[in-house]
Write a protein that binds this ligand. Sequence first.
Ligand code: GRF
Length: 222
Amino acid sequence: MTTSEVGLGLRRIDNGTESIASMKNLGILLSGRGSNFVAIADSIVANKISDARIAVVISNRADAPGLEIARQRGLSALCIPSKGKAREEHDRAVVSALFENKVDLICLAGYMRLLSPWFVQQFPQKILNIHPSLLPAFPGLEAQQQAFAFGVKVTGCTVHFVDEELDHGAIIVQNTVPVLDSDDERALAARILEQEHVAYTEAIKIVLKGNFEIVGRRMVEL
Ligand code: GRF
């Protein structure tokens, strides 16, 4: 039997033809339709992301379609309502649930809440977000519409680490999408979304593999 390090402290045990890998637990936070969550879940099923499982899906909104999809897929799905709660009070409940589910990596997937600095500090370099523009262009809400209205010829999506500023942390993956003369906002947003699904899987693979360092703002693969 041999053992080998496979990134982020994962240890694989090879025993003849059998390979038992210790799984990394992903926690998904969402507020809406959940297509990025579904793309991540599908990538795990298809073994495009290996050595990982979705330990819990958490929504701040009970009516989030993504939460229902998680239930249908037999995943642990929790609603922790944010309405009427102070940000940090809500964050403390979410962080408790993430710790209870032994989450190693958190993926924000259309989670329409700013995380408090306290939340971010609980999981240094362990929280990813996806944003539908090429950051630092067009942070904030409706990034696709912002890009379309500005008249850029190329836009895209960004997967980045979450830090204490909005849409700001070190960039892991960016995929570009051309803006066509024939586009309207919906058509452009749909093509960006396709690339989001590809980029999120790629970014999770890179982060789970763990052979990178962050130099200043730059993520550099080793
Ligand atoms: C995506 O466009 C993502 O970039 C942004 O919120 C949207 C979520 O979509 N952060 P979905 O719920 O994953 O379909």
